[in-house]
Design a protein around this ligand. Sequence first.
Ligand code: ZN
Length: 337
Amino acid sequence: MSEQKLNEVKITQIRKYFKKNDLFLELILSNYELFNIYIRIDYLKKLDCYRLSWFDLDIININNIDRYLSIEYISKLNIEDIKSICKDIEITNNQEEIDNSNLVSLYINTSIKNNNKLNISFNQFIPVKLGLLSDIFIIIFANMPKKLESFLYELHASLRGEVSKYKMGNKINFNINKDNLENIFTKDIIDIGNVIILKNQVKYLEYIYGRYYALVEDNKKEVVIIDDDNNIIQMKCSCNKSICPHMYAVIKSIRNNQYHKFCKVSLKKNNESLINKILDLNYFLCVGYNENNLEIINNVGEIMETSIVGFNKEVSWVVVEDDEKNTLTKLLMKFEK
Ligand SMILES: [Zn+2]
């Protein structure tokens, strides 16, 4: 079964599980930066309150839905806000064409300006002409775990004029293992790329959920991400060029089988059950550290410095995967009280 079909089955099961509830809102992020998240808000008549429930579709087992359920009670004021925003939203028929990548579907059981229920799908970014939706997403994500906040920024990229930051490069028909590299790269780029290879500057290279991630360190650290979907590739490099020597060096390293796994860290959560800790796949790739910070790759494929110690003066990170020397584990131990 394809991943998409499987997720549809899971969503059907979740809806069944909630069928006695009064659905107010349903938000589905499908294949969104490779995540699949299902969120809903229900009105609970008996308790006279609203409850937000969400699932990471990639990890749930449909036979044990309740085990994977995360819930948050949500104030009626929030619900009133959502309803009043919807009253001003007008949806016309000339919607843009959508596809299955980074798909966002939102349904709200309340009337919008032209009297229909709000039921809309779009790809990756909130459409500029539906900017009013922004506040609804802010309310929803304010009731979600902080680790999902990066999706909120991404959803808003069109409204903040930051779309290019999130876009992967153009789709190129290319077999990453076989096709002639000269079809993509000019001679100048190939020459520089070969120097990168010669100097062993591709420090990390790993294939994670359908995507190659690599760190190239020449003058500075650059992150290369390559999606490979049945001989159609899309590339992105933090140096911001559409085609660059870093990409060339990474493809060469893939062909030479020169993989080197990233260290991985995740945010520490104290009051989480063991099952959630084990199932938590939301780690960050870590590419280094300096004095008090870890260097991690954020969801836009850029290197970001993040403080090792949180505001409560405790270490905020746990090591999910370390190098052979346990460098990160040892580093974090130094900061433990
Ligand atoms: Zn580059």
